[in-house]
Design a protein around this ligand. Structure first.
Ligand code: ARG
Length: 323
């Protein structure tokens, strides 16, 4: 029994799109009762323990006295052993455009719980993309170089655009309610489909919504990132592995009908990221094909990926039983 559970957990984490999708059903739109039940990230759930090891919390050094929970203000991801990817607006003063001091931020690694565990890592330097402009929010991307190799599992950054309709995952410790009053201790996750460029240009206008952005979410709202989720990852499965395609950047309110969350479009920054991280060890990447888990009606594929690993397990047990 124990073995079965372990195997199940493994399957569940490697293909969690399938499981989340099949467990919550196709009502990704969310019936009212579902929306009331789920109120994390916004409309999400607590992430399984250890599910997103590469996601880290950014802590404000001056607030550390009150603990990680009070000091957390943004997220980031470990994309190479000593490099954290985050949003530029997390490390630049929004009034003056001044860059934060490296010593003013600590990186909390190795825990999804702000209330316990983890290690605080020091930052050696902060690199903001040269095209980032704090008044427009364009090119909202920055790299933090850690003082030491983190030893944390890295997430590959995809060089490709995620296909429209792909059910992507966002995670963070950001607000769980639209008014941004409640913040969780445990990392939250929710799935949001990638939305077409033209839809987001229509909503936000081409000056606001630039070529360096992608958006994701539901026309009816209800599931979205919110305050303090910034800098965290928007991820999809490419060739059976989670890769990062976006960075949580901005939105109009949170989880509002008619508005989508906006994320930094990582395919635009492939070269810039590589320039800094290429000599670092432990980098993932180089995948070509996207998972077939879309938000649309293709449930045949999902069912296959749910049943296939299970049948393998059953087969294995049968063989073992026969020996
Ligand atoms: N700018 C916010 C932050 O600093 C993230 C907002 C994301 N908003 C949204 N509606 N998706 O944490």
């Amino acid at each position: 029994m124990k073995k079965f559970l372990w195997a199940f957990a493994l399957v569940a984490t490697t293909s969690s799109f399938t499981f989340a999708e099949s467990l919550t059903g196709k009502s990704v739109s969310g019936s009212n009762s579902e929306i009331k039940k789920e109120n994390k990230i916004i409309g999400g759930t607590k992430a399984p323990l250890g599910a997103w090891p590469s996601t880290v919390a950014l802590l404000s050094a001056e607030k550390l006295g009150r603990g990680n929970y009070h000091a957390q203000f943004c997220s980031g991801t470990i994309i190479a052993s000593k490099w954290v990817l985050t949003a530029a607006h997390c490390v630049v003063d929004s009034d003056t455009g001044a860059l934060d001091e490296a010593s003013s931020i600590k990186v909390l690694v190795d825990t999804s719980d702000l209330g316990r565990g983890g290690r605080r890592e020091n930052i050696r330097r902060i690199i903001v993309h040269p095209n980032y402009y704090y008044q427009s929010g364009d090119a909202d991307i920055a790299l933090l170089e850690l003082e030491y190799d983190s030893g944390i599992m890295t997430i590959p950054v995809s060089g490709d655009d995620a296909p429209i309709g792909l059910l992507a995952t966002v995670v963070g410790w950001g607000a769980t309610d639209k008014d941004a009053k409640y913040f969780p201790e445990d990392l939250q996750e929710v799935e949001v489909p990638i939305v077409s460029k033209s839809i987001c240009e229509d909503i936000y206008g081409t000056t606001e919504f630039t070529q360096n952005m992608i958006c994701a979410g539901y026309s009816q709202g209800a599931k979205d990132t919110c305050k303090s989720d910034s800098g965290g990852p928007l991820m999809g499965i490419q060739y059976g592995e989670y890769v990062q395609v976006g960075i949580t950047s901005w939105g109009v309110g949170c989880a509002q009908p008619g508005h989508y969350g906006v994320y930094t479009r990582l395919s635009q920054f492939d070269g810039w990221i590589n320039y800094y991280t290429r000599n670092s060890s432990n980098r993932g990447g180089g995948y070509e094909s996207w998972s077939r888990f879309y938000s649309g009606e293709d449930s045949g594929g999902s069912l296959f990926f749910l049943l296939f690993p299970l049948s393998l397990l059953l087969l294995r047990r049968k063989i073992k039983g026969a020996v």
